[in-house]
Design a protein around this ligand. Structure first.
Ligand SMILES: Cc1cc2nc3c(=O)[nH]c(=O)nc-3n(C[C@H](O)[C@H](O)[C@H](O)COP(=O)(O)OP(=O)(O)OC[C@H]3O[C@@H](n4cnc5c(N)ncnc54)[C@H](O)[C@@H]3O)c2cc1C
Length: 302
């Protein structure tokens, strides 16, 4: 742990906030997970860069996350260094009349409202996805006929040695719920969104309509991470799960939502182990009964 202690001391000197023994249940939308040894909360790119350099010098590979809305953390927590880029890493500005730069920690809701306030259309689909911009890039988040690939033209990142870089266009490798960054050691620092001029009232109406659909169809009153499984090609995971009679099926405090079978919810006191076991049993039954393989969309760490 000496190397972690060195990073903590370096971070203190650089004025970077951190939290020791941080309960990950407070940082994840599932409200489960054990403690992380240390979560750093850099507030600027400069701080992030120096933190990553310290990690590199100490040969520590940090775990980087955003709003924790697509994340399941082991009940044993996370060893080593974690870095959270949500709320604490927010910058949003117009680059020109129709282009926005937004840093990774900004919530999608904030970005969508900013676009609406500036009468920019194209991002309405993302209203209600409870992630950060960094998490949305990593996952190529999408809904209601749109995803990040439709609106992002450039992403900025820092590699784990602390070197900044950027990728544009096809280099971003966006496809269904993945991007070039998925599974790689890069920290996404921001993205450029290319939108079109629209009518503010119409943009707002579309956003409210989409939010209304979410409230009607999704179990937003219970902790979850949205769709638990990816949609297998040609199928809807929720329909397959329902077809197998698994709506409402539970393991301890984890349950297949009674409102939307694509969601696994924490109906109270669930552990990550229970959620993972539920997911395993659901996938097993769906495979046995339909021959279709379900793959988890939610990321597991620990
Ligand atoms: C109620 C509900 C509804 C949802 N609806 C949708 C939906 O309609 N469409 C959809 O696509 N998703 C949906 N989601 C899932 C989730 O909101 C998205 O996947 C979102 O993009 C995750 O962003 P995040 O900041 O929470 O990422 P996190 O959960 O914090 O992280 C997800 C992954 O991204 C990585 N990551 C995050 N930030 C960075 C960064 N800056 N640099 C490098 N890697 C990073 C993490 O390591 C992790 O592997 C929903 C979730 C909930 C709870």
């Amino acid at each position: 742990m000496n190397n972690i202690q060195n990073i903590i001391e370096g971070a203190e000197k650089a004025g970077i906030s951190y939290r020791l023994d941080a309960p990950m249940s407070e940082y994840t939308s599932f409200r489960t997970g054990g403690k992380a040894d240390v979560v750093f909360l850099p507030s600027s790119e400069l701080q992030l860069r120096s933190l990553l350099r310290m990690c590199s010098d100490e040969e520590v590979k940090p775990f980087v996350f955003g709003n924790g809305s697509n994340l399941l953390v082991s009940d044993d927590g996370i060893r080593g260094v974690s870095i959270r880029l949500a709320n604490n890493f927010e910058e949003i500005r117009l680059l020109d009349e129709t282009t926005i730069y937004c840093s990774a920690g900004t919530k999608l809701a904030t970005l969508c409202k900013f676009a609406m306030e500036h009468s920019l259309t194209g991002l309405e689909f993302a209203y209600g996805i409870p992630g950060s911009v960094g998490g949305a890039v990593y996952m190529n988040a999408g809904a209601y006929g749109g995803d990040m690939k439709d609106v992002i033209t450039c992403c900025t990142h820092i590699d784990y040695a602390g070197n900044p870089g950027k990728l544009t266009g096809d280099m971003l490798g966006f496809s269904y719920r993945t991007s070039i960054y998925t599974g790689k050691y890069f920290v996404i620092t921001g993205a450029v969104f290319s939108l079109q001029k629209g009518v503010k009232e119409e943009i707002n109406a579309k956003m409210q309509e989409i939010m209304g659909k979410r409230i009607e169809k999704q179990p937003l009153d219970l902790p979850s991470a949205g769709s638990f499984f990816r949609h297998p090609k040609g199928y809807y995971a929720s329909a397959l799960i329902e077809q197998c009679g698994l709506k409402g099926f539970s393991v301890g405090g984890a349950q297949v939502s009674e409102k939307h079978s694509g969601f696994v919810v924490n109906k109270g006191g669930a552990t990550t182990a229970e959620i993972m076991e539920l997911g395993r049993l659901v996938a097993e039954k769906v495979l046995n009964e339909t021959g279709v393989e379900l793959e988890r969309e939610v990321k597991y760490i620990g």
